[in-house]
Structure formats: C-alpha cells, structure tokens
Ligand binder design. Sequence first.
Ligand SMILES: [Ca+2]
Ligand SMILES: [Ca+2]
Ligand SMILES: [Ca+2]
Length: 224
Amino acid sequence: MHPIHPTALAGLLAALSTGLPVPLSTPEAGEVARAACGPGERAEGDAFPAPRSKPQPGDLVVSEFMSNPAAVPDAQGEWFELTNTLPWRLDLEGLVISDAGGDLFGLWNGGQGILVGPGASVVLGNNPDPGTNGGVAVDFAYTGFVLANTEDEIRVHTREGVLLDAVEYGADGAWPLEAGRSTGLDPGIDDPGVNDDPAHWCAATAPLPGGDSGSPGTPNEPCP
Ligand SMILES: [Ca+2]
Ligand SMILES: [Ca+2]
Ligand SMILES: [Ca+2]
C-alpha cells in the first residue's frame, strides 16, 4: 500500500464529495458495489447495459505512459493509459491518481460516469487537443499532475484510499524510458503486481500522428 498524504486526500475528498450523488461509505470486503441504472445512465443503443462495477484491486492496470514526449513539450503531451482487465465495463469516476510527491487529481465527470469497456483502455492526458498534444485522443484531461522523465509514480486508488494499481518507474531496475516513445506494458500482463517489474515494459514503436510513438487507447505492441 502507498497511502497518499492524509491532508491532500482530505482536501480532494471534500472537493469530490460536493454534490456527489453516491455515499462515501466503503463497501464491505469482497463486495462489488453495483450502481443502480437510473435515467440517463444507459449508453445509446445499449438496450441491456451491463452493470457498472466500482473498481476493486485487480480490476485495472496502468498499461502505458508517455512521460517524455519529444514532438511536443511535456506540458502539452504527457499522457497515460489505464486498462480494464475485466470482461465487463468499469466506471472510473471517483478514482484518484497521485504520485509520491504530492501531485494529485480526481476522475470526476459531474456524475455522468467515466466508462471503460471490457478489456478496453482509457487515456488520461494533460492536454486534450490532438492538434497540440502529438495527435493523442485523450479521454480525460487533468491538471496538476506531472510525469517526470527519469523517475515518478502513477498510483490509482479509490476515494477511500484503496490502492488499485501503482507503477513506480525509473528508480529501480531498467525501465525503458526513451524520449518520444511511450513506455508500454506487455499486453499479456494484466496483473497490478506483475506490472511492477520493468522487465514487462518496453518502449513503443507504433507511430503517432505527431511523430512520437505509442498506442494510446489501443492495445500495446507485444514486447520483444
Ligand atoms: Ca515529463
Ligand atoms: Ca503495479
Ligand atoms: Ca496502449
């Protein structure tokens, strides 16, 4: 476990809880909380929508990150990808992303949900404009979170502080960090513990429209 700073978490929870339609209670261990399907929650053309699960540890992994874009400035082109490991869709709204240095943001969409399909990925980035971010389709834009080029952390946890996955790159082992190339998890790996090992990651070669390499929102290339 890597608990975030209590003061920072309290402040974020206060912000997130404003107008929040769901209670702040913590589900019992093992419980899969299923949101009720109310008006407006069904996707268009989705006659029998699958239940939306509140993510539990093991339900998602950090699968790719662009910490050091070369085609555009870092402040315009950093992003990372989360992949749903489950055979049903997840609602990521309410999750919190942090690092070890105090960077923090919440996944909030006004209560509309941030859905990611079975086995699919969502891209979070610091700039939603493909015209200036290197040609990346960003699903959720954030501020206040920097991906350092040599060493940093991406920690995904619930509002209650339950860690779902963390990737801590650069400090230990041989992480494949190259300017202009995202670092991607071998597509065979979907375990939040196994992805701690840099041996399961490699630098992307698939071209992005802006000239860098990566596969934001689509399956990673198999590592050599
Ligand atoms: Ca950076
Ligand atoms: Ca991990
Ligand atoms: Ca990818």
